[in-house]
Every structure is written in C-alpha cells, then in structure tokens.
Design a protein around this ligand. Structure first.
Ligand code: PNW
Length: 456
C-alpha cells in the first residue's frame, strides 16, 4: 500500500501541552494557566507549568523527529509568549524561541507547520470577554501578523485556529476546558468570533505572502449506532434528522462560513434561540470566507447519535434538543473513545465532496493507551494497530479521489492532555515526567518504517 510521492508524513503537538517554562522570557498568563491552577478543573490537579519541558529541550526533540524521518512537524505558537497581555508590541524574547525552533527544524529538513491558536488565549483578553468579545478577533489578526513578521521568511505552512468547536463549546459551553464558562449564548458568540479571527488573520497572512493557509477543525462522521457497524444501514427519518443536525453543528458551522460564506440554517436557528444573532454583523461572512488552501482534519472517533424525543440540549451542543448521544458498539481507547477506523475514510470522502475547492490534510490522529515501560521499551501494540488501521483508511480515501496531502500523528510526545492532565498518553514517544527522559515507543519505530517506505 503505497502513498502518493508528494504525501507529507509528520507529527503534531501544541504549545501549552508540551512547552512548560510558563514564566520565562516574558511569557504572560494564558487562560489555561488560570484554569489548570483552579482546583477541580484538571485530573490530579495537573498543570502545564513544566509539561515536557520542551521549551528547554526543543533541540533534542527535533533530533528525535529527525531520527523518526518526519517530513513535517506541526506545533503551535503560544500567544502570551508573543504578546503577554494579548495586545501591543511583540515580545522579542518570546518570538525568539520559535525562531530557534524553526531554524532547528529546517536544519533537520523538517517543514514547520505553524498553528497560531491552540487554545492558550492571553488571560488579559479573557478578562475583556475573551472570545465572546468581538475585539478578540481583531487582536488575533494583529498577533498573527506579529508571528508572521518574525517567522514568515522561513515558514510557508500556516494554520489559523485549532478546533474552534472545542475552543468555543468546551471552553464557553460546558466549561470542561478553559476558560470554563457554561453558557450556550456565549459559546455561540465565541464560535463566531473565532471564525472572524480566522478570516481576518487569513486575509492578513495572505497579503503578507503566506504560501499555504489552513483552518484546522475537529470533525467526525455523525452516525447512528447501526451505521457504526454498517455504513449502508438505513436510518429512520428521526435518526437521520439527528445526524444531519449534529453534522451541521459540528462541521458545517465552521466549514460553510469559511468556504462558502454562509451559516447553516441549523446554526442560525440555534443562535436565534440562544441570545440571538446580533453578533453576526454585515460583512462578517465575507471576511470569514477569506480564501484558504487546505482544511486540516483532526479525527479520533465518530460522533454517534440517535433521535431522543424530549432530550434537553447537551451543554456542549446548544441546539441539540431531541438528540441522544449514544455509545458505539466498538472497543475504546483509554479516553473511552470508540475505535472506528473507517469513520476516517467516510469523513474524508464526504468532506472532499462537500468542499472540493480545498485540499485536505489529517492534522491529528492517534490514541491514548495505558503504556508501560519495560526494560526501556514500550510495546504499544494497541497504538500500532490503531495507526495502521487508520492509515489504511487514509489510503482508501485517496484511492476514492480525496485530495489528501498528508498525515500528522497526534502526538509526537506524551503530553498535558487538557482536562485529563498527564494520565492520558497520546505520544509515539514516551515521556517520563520525573526525569523528562524520552523513549521511542514501538509505534514510533513502526511509524519510521511507514515513512521510509512511504506506505504500509
Ligand atoms: C484535540 N472532545 O483535542 C486537540 O487538538 C489536542 O490538543 C488533544 O490533545 C487531542 O485532540 C486529543 O484529545 C480534543 O472532548 C479534546 O471532543 C477534546 C475533544 C476533542 C478534541
């Protein structure tokens, strides 16, 4: 099973999950510092204060990437390193870290893929309303420009946002993520302002000559329980309506504005019933539809739903009244997420049909398992199997005609898994958090072979 010549293989991480060094070189506070330091928000009281200490160990980590033959490395820039209070002149010491990282990557012949926002909003902006405030979108575009000014001579691949659905609906809807607010109207406003920030930043970066722009979303095929096993299972009209609605809230809420300049009617209706649509101003959708080149897809598992008459809306899903979120009949990872590899090909094929004007890249895919180190090795056969089965589906999607340009595994390193803290390990490289020692898991050695052969 061989992949196209130009197919890009790599791995991904995010700033708050790996860097540590939260007070160094003028870094300001982010909403994740505040949130993780407030008791009850993160498992075991974990914080990103030290994380993988990547801020100091980046050179060794790049050497590992080279050993694994990665062609691409997706990382995110911490906004509060660049603008400690979210506005005003850039902090040169904060930018200097990414400068050094980019140089090391290029020396190792690894292409940097920079994500500008992977959830670490400066706390000072949250105090002014965070993403519920329209001004944050304009501040984001200024920040994006500051990063491009420093790195744009060497970085060609830019992603604006990571998973705006999670940032808006877990951050402001059910409060499981920072800033921990629980209000449907705020979540819907946040989603719109994230999109506006995306459009403003994409336009600005394009003017400055950025080569390739992408929006990274978390997406999933929305299936009924029967469709998890059998893609051809016919849903009842009520179940079909539930899957259609959740697809609109999860995926089309972001991609229809970004690629067609319009909101799905389901999203507008939900907003009408939750605070109104007054935050959507004339011209916003044109701004949001700034031309981009690629969609980044983060896929872990399908979203399984059925009609649930009388169900109230889930806090993370305003507008989901009458929908029941169901369990899939499938084995699960340590996160409790069902393993459904062909969900990935179903998703990629659908997105390539619905949004043919852009290319696709799998910007995250991977799994947490309870890894153990034995005699200096980690035999993570379950992760090898997960990755192998998902890559076969990636290949299937390419054969079916999807313009799929690359695959990035989540994650290079075990890291701070948000509300789950350090107890959930997604890395292909094991991290011992007491010594910071890195050990290549079997999955890393296997992945190197895949990359070298450009196939399975
Ligand atoms: C993504 N959910 O997060 C992120 O982009 C990564 O930073 C993260 O480590 C990875 O997936 C694994 O979780 C998500 O609850 C976090 O639906 C939570 C959800 C989805 C994605």
């Amino acid at each position: 099973m061989i992949f196209p010549e130009s197919f890009v293989w790599g791995a991904a991480t995010a700033s708050y999950q790996i860097e540590g060094a939260v007070k160094e070189d003028g870094r300001g506070q982010s909403i994740w510092d505040t949130f993780s330091h407030s008791p009850g928000n993160v498992a075991d009281g974990d914080t990103g204060d030290v994380a993988c200490d990547h801020y100091h160990r980046y050179a060794d980590d790049v050497a590992l990437m080279r050993e694994l033959r990665l062609a691409a490395y997706r990382f995110s820039v911490a906004w509060p390193r660049v603008q400690p209070n979210g506005t005003g002149p850039a902090n040169p010491e904060g930018l200097a870290f990414y400068d050094r990282l980019v140089d090391k990557l290029l020396e190792a012949e690894i292409s940097p893929y920079v994500t500008l926002y992977h959830w670490d909003l400066p706390q000072a902006l949250e105090e002014r309303g965070g993403w519920t405030d329209r001004d944050t979108a304009y501040r984001f575009a200024e920040y994006a420009e500051a990063v491009h000014d420093r790195l744009g001579d060497r970085v060609g691949h830019w992603a604006t946002l990571n998973e705006p659905w999670v940032a808006a609906f877990l951050g402001y809807g059910n409060g499981v993520h920072a800033p921990g607010r629980r209000d449907p109207a705020s979540a819907l406003r946040a989603a719109h302002h994230l999109l506006l920030g995306h459009g403003l930043a994409a336009r600005r970066l394009r003017e400055l000559g950025a080569e390739e722009l992408m929006l990274v979303i978390n997406s999933a095929p929305v299936l009924t329980p029967a469709q998890v096993d059998d893609p051809d299972a016919v849903a009842t009209p009520a179940d079909a309506a539930a899957t259609h609605l959740i697809h609109a809230l999860l995926t089309r809420q972001f991609l229809d504005p970004a690629l067609y300049g319009r909101y799905p009617e389901e999203v507008l209706g939900t907003a009408e019933r939750n605070g109104g649509t007054g935050h959507i101003k004339d011209g916003d959708l044109e701004t949001i539809a700034a031309p981009i080149d690629q969609i980044g897809i983060n896929y872990y598992n399908p979203c399984v739903v059925e009609a649930g008459p009388g169900e109230p809306a889930d806090a993370a899903w305003p507008g989901s009244e009458g929908v029941r979120f169901a369990a899939a009949d499938a084995p699960t990872t340590a996160m409790g997420w069902p393993i459904v590899p062909d969900g990935l090909s179903r998703l990629l094929i659908r997105l390539s049909q619905d949004y043919p004007q852009v290319g696709l890249m799998v910007t995250e895919n991977g799994a947490a398992f309870d890894d153990v180190v034995e005699n200096g090795r980690v035999h993570d056969a379950d992760r090898v199997s997960y990755l192998d089965r998902h890559l076969r589906e990636v290949h299937r999607a390419i054969e079916a005609g999807a313009d799929l340009r690359g695959y990035l595994v989540w994650s290079l390193l075990d890291n701070f898994e948000w509300a789950e803290g350090y107890r959930r390990r997604f890395g292909i490289v094991h991290v011992d958090y007491s010594t910071q020692e890195r050990v290549l898991k079997d999955s890393a050695l296997w992945y190197r072979e895949v990359i070298v052969r450009n196939g399975l």
